[in-house]
Design a protein. Structure first.
Lengths: 246, 547
């Protein structure tokens, strides 16, 4: 383009660097996924048992985690600057769930955590696929971090639309998060690290989805289907993240 | 874990083309496909090798990166492949992109890929999309075939039949149905679908469809209201911005139109047609500097793509001439000749448009020499020259005394656009300025009258039942005014009426179809083209229409 830019804004460099880092991490994730798929697995033994596989899975998770964060940052920037091409279409929730679970599977296997899916094959909902996919993968990663042995991804029809839930059997969300209510008003807490961005992103994505006078929202709660387990005498609450889409 | 993962699709019998400029990504995609037993995988690193592979072989699956560096994009390849029917009807085209881009939310049934995949591409994602799209395309293949034959009504009926079952892609099909209804001139049906969708939720594509209907039917205020609802909150919906700019121009608000185009360009600057549009609006507003930059951008961006056209070069040289940059203007014309050397009309224009520039420089001898050398060529090609070029050329030709060439050019222009009062006025004022008011009036009015006369005689003959004579008349007239939209549609109407009486005839069928397609290109908003296409399709058709 022959248009002249005598003085480039620093934000231009920031943006293009984020793009570059995101793409590079995406490639890294692809290579690692490929490596995992091609690595010989010992017959009869759990695929997750070899240390090389475990480390590769861990590296894949880290690459995906940062890649996801950068994708979220870019999407939030576009939404903020009003040029995100928001495009809700009618989609299969089972497909969405399987694609999201596939992202979480290598890490789950390496940590010996069981992933489960509860979703009817014929359930369809209206949503922007890429945004909602980002929210679900983030929630799965989060659950894998805190859970004890299991993570359940559940999707069902609700009177207003559909609800997607991610449950774990870990200690549950801390009181302060449950008390704070609306994630968009929470602001970013630098002490809790990545939690701020993930929840903020989930909240923004949920509220973009609107139909029939209703607006999408997220709910954090403790004590889902997997909660109530025992660990060393203490009762486990079990975290439950829900995304409601009209 | 059987719940979590579907079995991979069996791709052992599928021929697959991967179009991707980055070799690392090509290898990753290939390795994933091999894990689904794919053996027939061919890879292309750029658009031109992709096109030549698509010419040689019919691929079942195409994985294509949207951005391929300079030159043609993945979208350009898809459109060319569809346009030239290089894809089998069941083929699945997955477009791969690094991020969700604005161009993914617009487009028509003939320009959208089957699905988009956002990087990073995982095995599960690729397999599940392939499985779903292969199933879907198998079911939609008959519709795709009908579309390819431009049998929009048949496609519409097939879509309706699919909608009767409990189809999981109901809204994809309904969106397709609305687009097909628009193409068949069934505006009311399209409107019903768009309104049903908007009742459900605020869907940009449905609102855009509704706005297109308003625009085509001349309700510009309504169109602009709907479009502003899309564009006000979000500048990502580019197609809505483009249509809003055209709507605002129709409403006489060129300032606002330019603002809207510039907003769209801020989101997506690499769009040659949008840059061209900006140049045209800026030129009309007298903002020559803006126009110049926009035309230059348009030329650069379109250079190696199918979107390149002589229009931007001609407009740029005209702006440069007005700015007294005559060297630059001549240079632009010589670039036109080089860049579009395969197009004889473009080459002719590149030479002919030097005439006004030479005159402007006071090089009368050279201008006259050119005019005399090109006289025959210009007269032969007169029917195919764009109106703007004719208007810019006619006055200098009259000034040089090359009256017969000027008359031929303006006469052709008027006979092709006899219902366009603005053109008639412009032509007349060129003659008046040259001191040829009376001669001009005879020519302009004569050409317009002759065209109207032919239309009337055609209608009269057909009313008297003399279809054969009417067809002979309009066919001869078409040779003289090949770009007259009304004549083309009238001629097609007569051919169809003849076939309704005497049975279907392949040659007449093709003749009618060509007339309708050209008329639609010349006057996209005229729904008569769609209606005639429908009538043509219904002629002795061999498909059963569910009612």
């Amino acid at each position: 383009m022959p248009t002249e830019h005598p003085k480039l804004d620093l934000s231009t460099f920031l943006l293009s660097s984020i793009h570059d880092m995101k793409n590079s991490l995406g490639m890294m994730a692809n290579y690692l996924e490929d490596a995992l798929a091609q690595a010989p697995t010992e017959a009869g033994s759990q695929a997750s048992n070899t240390p090389a596989r475990q480390k590769t899975a861990q590296a894949l998770y880290e690459a995906q985690r940062v890649n996801n964060h950068l994708i979220q940052l870019l999407a939030l920037y576009k939404i903020d600057q009003s040029f995100y091409p928001f495009d809700p279409t009618e989609q299969s929730l089972a497909d969405l769930a399987r694609e999201a679970l596939a992202r979480a599977l290598p890490l789950a296997e390496s940590k010996g955590i069981l992933l489960d899916l509860d979703c009817p094959e014929n359930l369809f909902g209206w949503f922007d696929y890429d945004l909602v996919f980002g929210v679900i993968v983030q929630a799965l990663h989060n659950a894998l971090h805190y859970t004890r042995s299991k993570v359940l991804l559940k999707a069902s029809a609700s009177e207003a639309g559909v609800v997607i839930q991610i449950e774990d059997d870990g200690p549950g969300y801390p009181e302060f998060l449950l008390e704070q209510g609306n994630a968009a008003q929470r602001g970013i807490s630098f002490e809790t690290g990545s939690t701020g961005l993930g929840l903020y992103f989930a909240d923004v994505v949920a509220s973009l989805h609107q139909a029939g006078g209703r607006t999408g929202h997220i709910v954090l709660a403790n004590g889902g289907q997997l909660g109530g387990g025992q660990l060393g005498g203490g009762q486990l609450a079990g975290g439950c993240f829900s995304l409601h889409l009209p | 874990m059987s719940l979590l993962t579907l079995p991979p699709p069996n791709l052992s019998r599928c021929s697959i083309l991967i179009i991707e400029d980055f070799d690392g990504m090509r290898a990753i995609l290939r390795d994933i496909l091999v894990r689904a037993s794919a053996t027939k995988i061919i890879m292309a690193a750029n658009a031109s090798s992709a096109i030549s592979l698509l010419e040689k072989q019919r691929f079942d699956i195409i994985l294509c990166d949207l951005h391929l560096g300079q030159g043609k994009s993945g979208q350009d390849i898809l459109e060319e492949a569809r346009h030239r029917a290089l894809l089998p009807p069941h083929s699945v085209w997955l477009m791969i992109s690094a991020e969700k881009a604005a161009e993914m939310v617009t487009g028509t049934v003939e320009s959208r890929p089957d699905d988009y995949l956002i990087k990073p591409i995982t095995e599960t994602m690729l397999f599940s999309r392939l499985t779903r799209q292969m199933e879907k395309k198998k079911a939609l293949a008959p519709i795709e075939l009908a579309l390819r034959e431009h049998e929009y009504l048949k496609a519409l009926r097939l879509v309706e039949a699919q909608l009767e079952g409990n189809n999981p892609h109901a809204w994809d099909l309904k969106r397709m149905k609305a687009e097909l209804a628009l193409l068949s001139g069934e505006n009311a049906l399209a409107k019903t679908i768009y309104e049903e969708a908007l009742n459900l939720r605020n869907l940009p594509w449905a609102r855009l469809g509704l706005a297109k209907l308003h625009f085509n039917e001349g309700r510009y205020v309504d169109a602009s209201r709907e479009l502003k609802q899309i564009t006000d909150g979000n500048r990502a919906y580019l197609e809505a911005h483009d249509l809003l700019a055209y709507t605002l121009e129709k409403l006489g608000d060129a300032d606002a139109a330019q603002e809207v185009i510039q907003r769209a360009l801020a989101t997506s600057p690499r769009a040659p047609l949008r840059q061209l549009h900006l140049g045209e609006v800026a030129l009309r507003r007298g903002e020559l500097d803006t126009a110049q930059v926009a035309f230059q951008n348009s030329i650069e961006l379109a250079r190696n793509t199918p979107l390149k056209s002589s229009q931007a070069y001609l407009a740029l040289s005209q702006v440069q001439q007005t700015l007294n940059q005559t060297d630059a203007a001549l240079n632009t014309l010589s670039r036109l000749s080089t860049d579009m050397h395969g197009d004889s009309t473009a080459r002719l224009l590149a030479e002919a448009m030097q005439i006004p520039v030479r005159l402007h420089r006071g090089e009368k001898e050279q201008a006259l020499g050119l005019a005399q050398n090109l006289a025959t060529g210009l007269k032969i090609d007169a029917q195919h020259l764009p109106p703007d070029a004719v208007f810019n050329l006619a006055a200098p030709l009259l000034e040089l005394g090359e009256t017969s060439t000027a008359n031929a050019l303006l006469g052709s222009l008027i006979s092709n656009h006899h219902e366009h009062p603005e053109y008639l006025q412009r032509a007349q004022s060129i003659f008046t300025h040259a001191g040829l008011e009376r001669e001009g009036r005879e020519l302009v009015e004569g050409a317009a009258r002759a065209a109207t006369d032919i239309m009337n005689r055609g209608v009269k003959l057909s009313r008297e039942g003399k279809l054969g004579e009417a067809i002979k008349l309009t066919r001869e007239a078409r040779a003289k005014m090949p770009n007259n939209a009304r004549l083309l549609l009238n001629h097609a109407f007569l051919l169809i009426a003849w076939m309704e009486r005497h049975g279907r005839d392949p040659a007449l069928n093709t003749e009618a179809r060509n007339c309708i397609e050209l008329a639609r290109k010349l006057k996209p908003e005229d729904k008569r083209a769609g209606e005639l296409l429908t009538k043509l399709e219904l002629l002795g058709n061999d498909f059963v229409l569910p009612t």
